[in-house]
Write a protein that binds this ligand. Structure first.
Ligand code: 2P0
Length: 323
């Protein structure tokens, strides 16, 4: 009647941007990510007969409002699937480096899916957990596994889930540059909806994303870091281009975002392979090889405080925690 799990966040190299089904969280395009060891969430779910609603404690504080509603909607699905109507105490803690600016729905819903599935006696296979995590947040479907992970868009609830494709244990690193830690004004959910509905670039994005995915799988297969970086950078730019063409237009980029993009180009001119990717926010992640991390940090430290620079290694998949 209780279970706990830890899940790590992931960064998409081929982005998920747009939903075909908002209720089931089925994506318009398949995506591919790298799970990271630097940021994780631990969640314990305890069923309690005495409760008249779910009680959620996040990072030591009682959670209310929109974030709580999202979790309660998710828990209602867990109760529907299990046939057990008991409410739960949900205690969740995010382990993110101070000042990183990261609060991740990917690690959050992956940890919640695993702990809730076990506590309510649901199927805890990788496929089942990935499908369940997806119902909380699309990117969470990928955090069930470690290393490089592909989320196959599928056509319905049953066949839209992630699969591991490579352990990523051959020296790839991500240098995360925290440009701004404020909560963003346009959520990913809203941003992708607006883009799907209004951006004339959106149909092109879907075609390009599928092409990029195929090429990325080849690059990963060959452990070709430069190819991985080039494809990831181009894919991120295409996703951000869809937003500039939306009505009303928007961008998540800030001045600091552009600074990091330019440093990546500069570092490449110096012969250091270093490529950026950017999610629905101003922060930038630089894809590189372990042997170039120090040179990259050295370059960036002229522009950003050291606490804004976090080096992440590939991380593992979801883990159940014992008492
Ligand atoms: C990704 N992002 O693939 C993309 C790239 C942001 C940009 O997945 O609405 O929080 O909960 O399914 O998973 C962020 O979107 O969105 C995201 P929902 P989610 O990582």
């Amino acid at each position: 009647m209780q279970a706990a799990a830890r899940a790590y966040t992931n960064i998409a190299l081929i982005k998920y941007w747009g939903k075909k089904d908002e209720q089931l969280i089925l994506p318009m395009n398949s995506s591919l990510s790298l799970t990271l060891n630097a940021f994780y969430t631990e969640t314990r779910v305890t069923l309690q007969q005495s409760l008249s609603c779910d009680e959620i404690i996040m990072d030591g504080k009682v959670l209310s409002g929109h974030s709580a509603e999202k979790i309660i909607r998710f828990m209602n699905q867990v109760r529907d699937q299990s046939g057990n109507r008991t409410y739960a105490l949900i205690v969740t803690n995010n382990h993110v480096p101070v000042a990183s600016g990261f609060a991740s729905s990917a690690s959050g819903f992956a940890a919640l899916a695993a702990s809730a599935a076990r506590a309510y006696g649901l199927d805890c296979s990788g496929v089942a957990l990935s499908r369940l995590a997806r119902r909380g947040s699309g990117s969470a479907s990928r955090s069930i596994y470690g290393g490089f992970v592909k989320w196959m868009k599928g056509t319905k609830d049953e066949d839209s889930y992630a699969v591991p494709i490579d352990p990523a244990n051959w020296g790839i690193r991500l240098v995360v540059v925290a440009v701004n830690r404020q909560k963003k004004k346009i959520s990913s959910r809203l941003g992708m909806k607006r883009t799907v509905q209004t951006s004339p670039f959106y149909p092109i994005w879907m075609k390009e994303a599928e092409k990029d995915l195929g090429r990325m799988e080849q690059a990963i297969h060959h452990h070709d870091l430069e190819m991985i970086g080039e494809i990831a950078e181009a894919n991120a730019l295409k996703m951000h281009a869809t937003m500039l063409a939306a009505t009303p237009p928007f961008t998540y980029w800030e001045e600091g975002t552009l600074t990091v993009m330019r440093r990546a180009a500069h570092l490449r001119e110096q012969g250091i392979p270093c490529y950026f990717t950017i999610d629905a926010g101003p922060n930038v992640k630089l894809i590189c090889s372990v042997e170039h991390v120090d040179q990259i940090l050295d370059d960036l430290s002229d522009f950003f405080p050291l606490e804004a620079l976090i080096t992440a290694e590939p991380g593992p998949g979801v883990q159940f925690l014992e008492d």
